[in-house]
Design a protein. Sequence first.
Length: 106
Amino acid sequence: MYAIVRSGGRQHKVAVGDVLEVDKISTGKVGDAVELSTLLVVDGDAVTSDPWVLAGVKVQAEIVDHHKGAKIDILKYKNKTGYRKRIGHRQQYTAIKITGIDAAAK
């Protein structure tokens, strides 16, 4: 059984026990439980995509860690003007572990 969930404007395929990186969840601390919105659930041959049924399906996760991603270097340069600018960026991430996918009521 797996589910497609939405977090931070992206979609992720998750199963119970998976650990994945999502954009930082600022309201949670390590060890807190998080609930993710479900877009699709696949249980064997049964595929559930009906929004009315998915409203009752909950994907539970636990926050494992908060960390920063790799540094991205941004270089700006304009020819013949002496303009050079160097900027860096490190994205904030939260690692979450999927603890349960509640099955849809039939």
